[in-house]
Design a protein around this ligand. Sequence first.
Ligand SMILES: Cc1cc2nc3c(=O)[nH]c(=O)nc-3n(C[C@H](O)[C@H](O)[C@H](O)COP(=O)(O)OP(=O)(O)OC[C@H]3O[C@@H](n4cnc5c(N)ncnc54)[C@H](O)[C@@H]3O)c2cc1C
Length: 412
Amino acid sequence: MSESNVSAPTSLGIKGKRVAVIGAGPGGIAAGVALHQAGFSVKVFERHPELRPLGGAIILNATGIVILRGLGVQVDDIFAAGLPEFRRYDGRVRVNFDIDMDLLKQAGVTGWQSGMMRSELYERLLAAAPADMVVPNHTFSHYEEHAEGVTVHFAEGRTYDADLVIGADGVQSKVREQLWGASELKHLGIAVWLGWCELQGPERKKIVIQHNHAYQMGYAPLRYKDKDCFEWWFVEKCEENQVEPTDPAAYVRERINGFSYPVPQILEATDTSHNLFRWVVKYRDPLKQWSNGRVTIMGDAAHPTSPYAAYGAGMAIEDGYFLAKYLRGRDLSDPKALEIGLRRYDDQRVNYTNQTTAFARFLGRLYHGVPAPLNRLRDLFLDHSSLPEKLISKGVTSEAQALLRAVLNPVD
Ligand SMILES: Cc1cc2nc3c(=O)[nH]c(=O)nc-3n(C[C@H](O)[C@H](O)[C@H](O)COP(=O)(O)OP(=O)(O)OC[C@H]3O[C@@H](n4cnc5c(N)ncnc54)[C@H](O)[C@@H]3O)c2cc1C
């Protein structure tokens, strides 16, 4: 683009209230809605011409549901809730998650996590946003901080003046790269297959995560277009450049041989030519700080997570909620006021998400990174020890339940 083609920056609104969010994934849109409701002029810039919900179905945590309801996002008719349980391949229960049912009652949910379709989640988020909040065809290029604020540049040639830039641009975040420098995208050593199907019959109150010596197969109730469905995921060890199988359905079917009802039935009911997706899981080393000056990051840009947590979108939605909570009422043109708000956001989120993503990586390695001769010993241990239940309680449920309590009973 030549200098003469570059137009003068457009201001995003009244000085002190201008927020540019980069990336319209679940995190960016939720942050946009929350910040708009907190009184800011927000634009969410997306590189694609239309939104592209990644994959098919998703499991959203109870705190995410509570936050969405609080933002006026109508989701109650698009999810099916369940309580998670680790089981052996043959159905024997290994770990019951230690969930405070009174807390769930207070939250108005019947499950710890809920299955929903990503596309429906996006639709409902957008329905709660101002019509022009998401701006498509804008590929973030770089930002420039200056005495008057921050100017955001897009590859297509447009520039905008804002008081705050939020990088919600996912695992390949360019905002993070400019703010904190380049970092290696690391291979975790696992691949995930995601599918979903319409199916009636199997129990719909549990989210089941089953393992044999080498593979995980999990499934959860899903509500889609008013129909009872199930989403499922298959996790396996994977080399960095492993070639994809030519017949994915046969590949997965062969590997879940021996898994108990209803796993074979769920796979059988899946239209594998359309509703089966594969991801090789990547992560980055965690940061100790996210915000600096007039720029911060959130969601996968800040804490890319393994699907073992089934919590990446949930954490991204929580990030948006806390950003709005700590920025509400502040004059963002005042560097000190902005710094205090962003520091509170970092204090609330950085350690929590780092611990959560570290534990998810640990689980991925425990189940898929142990050398073959040792995995039977590991499974004997998992069958007969109470340690896994204690680890899950410490690593997953206690901190996450404390967070749900904090969202239900905000102190300031
Ligand atoms: C296989 C798999 C299963 C998962 N299952 C679950 C689950 O069950 N539950 C759960 O909570 N999470 C799950 N996750 C994680 C979840 O999908 C992510 O954590 C979540 O999508 C992160 O949201 P985000 O908004 O931060 O980023 P993203 O969803 O990655 O969105 C980023 C957006 O930024 C845009 N963008 C990128 N670069 C630019 C640029 N330069 N300029 C403008 N726009 C840009 C992208 O196009 C995209 O729209 C799963 C992930 C995978 C891979």
